[in-house]
Design a protein around this ligand. Structure first.
Ligand code: FES
Length: 258
C-alpha cells in the first residue's frame, strides 16, 4: 500500500524530513532530485536519523557517527551493525508516495514484481550478457518513477543524471522543443532505454524527452551506478564499446554533411 506523505517541493535537495507513516517513523531524503525513504531510527541506539549529515547517498547519524547508505540501508561504518530499513518511494506528479514494505501482501508477489525488472534490465544493450547475479545486484540500484502526460522527463541542454527504461507508456524525443522548429527524433515504447551515456558523466542532454501519456520508468542514477561499476568492471568495457559506436555514428553523420 502506498502512502502519500509529502510534495516534492517540501524537501529541498540535500535535505531530509521526518514523517510518521502509519505509526512508523520514516525519513525521506532528497539527493539531487531523487528521493529515498528509510527508517528514521538508527539501529545503533535509536537516535533519529533525519537530522544527521547527508553527503550524497551517505548518511551519518548525529549521535555516534554510524554511517548508512540510504539507497540500500546498508551500514557503511559502525558502531551500528544492522542495516536500516528502506522503503520504495514513487514520484507521481508532485506527490511523494512511500510504499511500506510491511504492507506488501506476500513474498511471492514481491518476487513477481522483481523478476520482470531483472528481465527488463537484461534487454538493455548495455547490460546484455550480464550474469543473473549481476542483474540481481543492479536491480537493487534502480528506482521507479511515474510521469504525467506531457511531463518533461529530460530537458535538452540540462545536465543529465542517469538512465531510464520505459516500463509502461510512451515518450517522444524532441530536438529544439522550446524553439520555433521542434524536431521529433523518435518515439520510445516499453523496454526501450534512454540516457545510457548520462551514466558516465555530467553531459548536457542533446534532446528533450516528454511523456506522451502516463509513463512509468525504471531509473538508475549516475552516482549510484558508478558504485555498481566498481563491482562489475565488465560493464565499463561495454560502456566503452557504446561510446565508440556513438562516436562512429557522429563521424558518419559529419561525413554525410561534408
Ligand atoms: S545512535 Fe546512531 S550511531 Fe549511535
Amino acid at each position: 500500500m502506498a502512502f502519500i506523505v509529502a510534495k516534492t517541493d517540501d524537501i529541498a535537495p540535500g535535505q531530509m524530513a521526518a514523517y510518521d507513516i502509519d505509526g512508523e517513523p520514516v525519513a525521506i531524503a532528497n539527493v539531487e532530485g531523487r528521493f529515498f525513504a528509510f527508517s528514521n531510527v538508527c539501529t545503533h541506539r535509536a537516535c533519529p536519523l533525519y537530522d544527521g549529515l547527508l553527503e550524497g547517498t551517505n548518511l551519518t547519524c548525529s549521535c555516534h557517527g554510524s554511517q548508512f547508505d540510504i539507497t540500500t540501508g546498508a551500514v557503511v561504518t559502525g558502531p551500528a551493525s544492522m542495516a536500516i530499513k528502506t522503503f520504495v518511494v514513487e514520484t507521481v506528479g508532485d506527490e511523494l508516495r512511500v510504499q511500506k514494505a510491511g504492507e506488501l501482501p506476500a513474498k511471492a508477489e514481491t518476487e513477481d514484481e522483481l523478476t520482470p525488472i531483472k528481465r527488463i534490465l537484461a534487454k538493455v544493450p548495455l547490460f546484455s550478457g550480464l550474469s543473473e547475479e549481476s542483474l540481481e545486484a543492479l536491480q537493487g540500484f534502480t528506482f521507479r518513477r511515474t510521469f504525467e502526460p506531457h511531463e518533461l522527463i529530460v530537458e535538452e541542454g540540462r545536465t543529465a543524471n542517469g538512465l531510464y527504461v520505459i516500463l509502461s507508456g510512451r515518450v517522444e524525443v524532441i530536438k529544439g522543443l522550446t524553439g520555433s522548429r521542434p524536431q521529433l527524433l523518435a518515439t520510445l515504447e516499453p523496454n526501450e532505454p534512454f540516457g545510457e551515456l548520462a551514466l558516465l558523466g555530467e553531459w548536457k542532454r542533446s534532446a528533450s524527452v516528454r511523456a506522451m501519456q502516463e509513463t512509468e520508468c525504471l531509473g538508475i542514477d549516475r552516482w549510484v551506478f558508478l558504485t555498481f561499476l566498481e563491482r562489475e568492471p565488465q560493464i565499463a568495457i561495454k560502456m566503452l564499446q557504446l561510446l565508440a559506436e556513438r562516436l562512429a555514428e557522429t563521424d558518419e553523420r559529419l561525413l554525410e554533411r561534408s
